[in-house]
Design a binder for this molecule. Structure first.
Ligand SMILES: Cc1ncc(COP(=O)(O)O)c(C=O)c1O
Length: 494
């Protein structure tokens, strides 16, 4: 076994050097992989090696050579400073190191008793992050019913919030065996697909288009959910004898960064014990709540929410995966998800120890709080603010450049560091522009469609600024590239 530790030390060093070299040079690689489906499969043996090689060093030489030859050419480089697609997926030295240490400790924090420090560090980190975001005190672990947990993804957070909502609705309708058939879920047409997917998993929708229990509320002009439309849908359902159960508001929609008005949504949902559960999906934009200047827009009304989530693995310098979820009603979350067979019992349960397996779908759980602990100790909350502010500033610049170029239009106002663009020449030209930029390998962008004033869906390029390695020069370089490729698409120099 000592041999194993020595190999770990030797190969670990090599892996770190490989990784540091990769990150130093990632900006020089084509951002988007040009792999075709099946390319790697063709080059991988169909069966696993049977015996282990005698010479460990030679085996590692071959493994690292194949990493370079087979794997990296098949990657789209999310850590490239010119990756502007989807939303960013940040890395940082403190959280890479925490991942490494977590892999070596390899503990399973399913119960408090199986890894006390994992549970308690997580409780404290969620309280630290709640303070960093200025969240209402109802979400802190010392508030009655409050507390936070790390989920793998925002999709997981939405799913468990929906399950908690159903638990509450069933609890309040005890004796009504038909309640499940009457439950309704509400979100905006602009919400992330994970909301409808959660309804599908929970058995409330058979397909993405099944609207028997799911209401997709049309947005207003800014593409944020229209509280009046929500209120009307809830009223109609109540009048029809249905039970509104779950509303998901989005703070920073995936397509355009629209911010649903949580305060007005909460008001539209009505009052009383049987009010639906309000979940706020702030997966991407929530990170900007570290900056007090963004809290007014992003955090208004959060004290009305039953749960919310933010993904530091998107825009807060934290390696994937790490979704922070808070609730003010943990008894409903635990009620929906807790099951304790004899083999999971431990004495500290009677003393009120937190078992985070009861807050999530899987049993086992990784030691992810270490990442937040290292991150906050290395950079402080102020370091996180600097990260967000730089990107928002460059987003402002990019938006102003696009508005000043008459060939481009900005169909919706920039949201933080997300800028949506299109060519006035139309959908075909805009799509051609995106394809040319991505094919160049110099930057990578993604697209969406957004409704125009007449409600017709129009093709739009999204530029999400937020990479760990992105500097202003990469944003300026992207704009030069967009202009040059627009010349080619439109057939005339600017
Ligand atoms: C608003 C929003 N919610 C949820 C998600 C899904 O995130 P995850 O991959 O963490 O499930 C995304 C992804 O971009 C998102 O933008």
């Amino acid at each position: 076994m000592d041999e194993g530790a020595q190999e770990l030390s030797r190969v670990g060093q090599r892996a770190l050097e490989w990784g540091a070299r990769y990150l130093r040079g990632v900006g020089d690689r084509p951002v988007q992989s040009d792999a075709r489906p099946g390319d790697l499969l063709k080059r991988l043996p169909g069966a696993p090696p049977d015996g282990a090689p005698d010479d460990a060093d030679a085996a590692w030489d071959a493994i690292f050579a194949d990493l370079d030859a087979l794997i990296t050419p098949g990657l789209t480089h999310w850590q490239s400073p010119s990756f502007f697609a989807f939303f960013p997926c940040n890395h940082s030295t403190p959280t890479v190191v925490a991942e490494l240490l977590s892999a070596m400790l390899n503990v399973n924090g399913m119960n408090w008793a199986t890894a006390p420090a994992v549970t308690e560090l997580e409780i404290r980190m969620l309280d630290w992050m709640a303070q960093a975001f200025g969240l209402p005190a109802c979400f802190h672990s010392d508030a009655p019913g409050g507390g936070g947990v790390i989920q793998s993804t925002a999709s997981d957070a939405t799913l468990v919030a929906l399950l908690a909502a159903r638990h509450r609705a069933r609890r309040l309708s005890a004796g009504d065996d038909e309640i499940d058939a009457r439950l309704c879920v509400y979100t905006s047409t602009q919400a992330h697909s994970s909301v409808v997917k959660a309804a599908m998993i929970a058995g409330l929708a058979r397909t993405p288009d099944d609207t028997r229990c799911v209401r997709l509320i049309s947005p207003g002009e800014t593409l944020a959910m229209d509280p009046q439309a929500l209120s009307a849908a809830i009223r109609a359902d109540r009048e029809a004898g249905r039970r509104p159960m779950f509303v998901c508001a989005t703070v920073g929609t995936t397509s355009s960064g629209a911010i649903d008005p949580v305060e007005r949504i909460a008001r539209a949902m009505g009052q009383g014990e049987d009010r639906a559960w309000l979940h706020v999906d702030a997966a991407w934009a929530g990170a900007a709540m570290v900056c007090p200047e963004h809290r007014g827009a992003l955090g208004a009304g959060l004290e009305q929410a039953d749960s919310l989530c933010v993904n530091p693995h998107k825009w807060l310098l934290t390696n994937f995966d790490c979704d922070l979820m808070w609730t003010r009603a943990r008894e409903d979350l635990i009620g929906a998800l807790s099951i304790t067979p004899e083999y999971l019992r431990h004495e500290s349960q009677d003393a009120g120890a937190v078992d985070f397996r009861d807050w999530q779908v899987p049993l086992g759980r990784r030691f992810r709080a270490l990442k937040l602990w290292f991150l906050l100790r290395r950079y402080g909350v102020d370091g996180l603010r600097g990260h967000i502010r730089r990107h928002v500033r460059w987003g402002e610049e990019l938006e102003s450049w696009a508005r000043a170029d008459e060939r481009f239009e900005v169909p919706v106002p920039r949201s933080l560091s997300l800028v949506c663009l299109r060519l006035r020449a139309g959908d075909g030209a805009t799509r051609a522009l995106l394809e040319r930029v991505n094919a160049s390998g110099k930057a990578y962008l993604s697209h969406t469609t957004l409704p125009d004033a007449s409600g017709a869906e129009r093709y739009v390029i999204r530029v999400a600024i937020g990479g760990t390695l992105t500097e202003r020069t990469h944003v300026a370089g992207l704009w030069d590239l967009l202009r040059a490729e627009a010349d080619r698409v439109l057939g005339s120099p600017a």
